[in-house]
Ligand binder design. Structure first.
Ligand SMILES: Cc1cc2nc3c(=O)[nH]c(=O)nc-3n(C[C@H](O)[C@H](O)[C@H](O)COP(=O)(O)OP(=O)(O)OC[C@H]3O[C@@H](n4cnc5c(N)ncnc54)[C@H](O)[C@@H]3O)c2cc1C
Length: 382
């Protein structure tokens, strides 16, 4: 299965990347075509529940494929695994009616979803400051107002999960809830696109007195941070797996270039400083992979994986940035130009160090958790 996913991504998805990256109607048509082919090859929605039309692979098995699938940023969308986080969250925490209405269309790819937690002018690392508000009317309907940004895929999604304050004041540690909002609801609009180092896909959105039914609360009132915590642990680990696939791709490009190009003194591969790039990149890849799979194993077993996810996230983000940077260096100017995927792989590595929590957040929370084990009382090493 892993080989089949790998082949599909290399031969079908990667050649379409220039069209998919450009966005707009041609990208939508190319993606639709890839999805048809993924279904024909029996590779559709592999980690999603079988009873909803997915492949039913448990997370621990899917983890072996996610690296191959994620070698292209478009792999998860083309192969139907992109809604894994939302489907998992809604299956666990949404009301019966919400599950019946939205889960099957999400798995089939007929609708798409996105997640809006981060807000302009509010540090994303401090969700207690969330300013978006939701209030319940006498008929149970929720009325939501606020602004979110860097909401990935908001312009093409039919559903957005919004973190909002349902009680208390900004700064309070209680009172945050998640609400599922159909993007066609009156009062919700995309304010602008936010290109990230030139790439499309991120948006700022505004909610102005948007109304959703009472049962669109996800996980109960005041439970946003518990639900988001589970979602982020799974999401960060998934991203790490995909970054491993992207780093492997950059590594292959670097080694191919080193072997095939050179000057009057022989191939680049003969230069020790190029060999240093190759060694350091391989070391980063090989030392990161076990950390990521340690986090996968704990999540699959339903155990506390906070330390392992934090270590994996920082290591994988740094590793992708380092490997892509070395590959660019070995290519010279060609590595910065439009003829290879290296600029986009480097962009992934750079953004990886910020999205889903910046490095600093993970470093401090892992270190604090480990240090607590060295306080007064018995020592519990990290
Ligand atoms: C490509 C991309 C896609 C994204 N997709 C989504 C999405 O779909 N939905 C969504 O809700 N959000 C999304 N985000 C937002 C992302 O999750 C936030 O950017 C991230 O959590 C950091 O929040 P912030 O940008 O507000 O940074 P801030 O919280 O303002 O932090 C800024 C900087 O301050 C420093 N800092 C912060 N906390 C600490 C600390 N504890 N110790 C030391 N230094 C610290 C760090 O240097 C940090 O980079 C996306 C971002 C990117 C770049």
């Amino acid at each position: 299965m892993r080989d089949r996913v790998d082949r599909f991504v290399r031969t079908q998805v990667i050649p379409c990347e220039p069209v998919l990256d450009a966005g707009g109607p041609p990208a939508a048509a190319a993606l639709a075509d890839l999805r048809v082919r993924a279904r024909e090859e029996g590779l559709w929605a592999l980690p999603l529940p079988a009873e909803l039309g997915g492949g039913g692979l448990p997370f621990s098995s899917y983890a072996d494929l996610a690296e191959a699938e994620g070698a292209s940023d478009h792999g998860p969308a083309a192969l139907g695994s992109a809604p894994l986080l939302d489907v998992t969250m809604l299956a666990r925490h949404a009301s019966g009616r919400v599950r019946e209405t939205y889960l099957e269309p999400l798995v089939s790819g007929r609708i798409r979803s996105c997640y809006a937690m981060t807000e302009p002018d509010v540090p994303g690392t401090d969700p207690f400051l969330t300013a978006t508000r939701a209030a319940r009317g006498p008929d149970g309907t929720w009325r939501i107002s606020g602004r979110k940004w860097f909401t990935s895929g908001a312009a093409t999604a039919e559903l957005v999960t919004v973190m909002a304050r349902t009680s208390g004041a900004p700064g309070d540690r209680e009172g945050l809830s998640l609400l599922l909002v159909p993007t066609g609801s009156p009062g919700i609009r995309v304010v602008r696109e936010l290109p990230v180092l030139g790439a499309t896909g991120q948006y700022e959105i505004e909610l102005d007195d948007v109304r959703v039914p009472g049962d669109h609360l996800v996980g109960g009132e005041g439970r946003a941070l518990d639900v988001a915590g589970d979602r982020l642990a799974l999401g960060r680990t998934l991203r790490c797996l995909r970054w491993l696939g992207q780093a492997r791709r950059a590594f292959d490009l670097m080694c191919g270039r080193a072997a095939a190009h050179g000057g009057s003194r022989g191939p680049l591969a003969d230069h020790q400083l190029v060999q240093q790039h190759v060694f350091d990149a391989l070391l980063a890849l090989r030392t990161t992979r076990p950390l990521v799979h340690e986090a996968v194993a704990l999540i699959a077993a339903g155990r506390d994986a906070r330390t392992e996810v934090g270590l994996a996230k920082v290591a994988a983000a740094r590793m992708l940035q380092q490997v892509a940077d070395s590959a660019i260096q070995v290519h010279g100017a060609a590595g910065l130009g439009p003829d290879t995927a290296l600029p986009s792989l480097f962009r992934s590595g750079r953004t990886a160090r910020i999205l889903d929590g910046p490095d600093e957040l993970h470093i401090t929370s892992v270190a604090r958790r480990v240090l607590r084990g060295y306080g007064p009382g018995p020592v519990t090493p990290g």
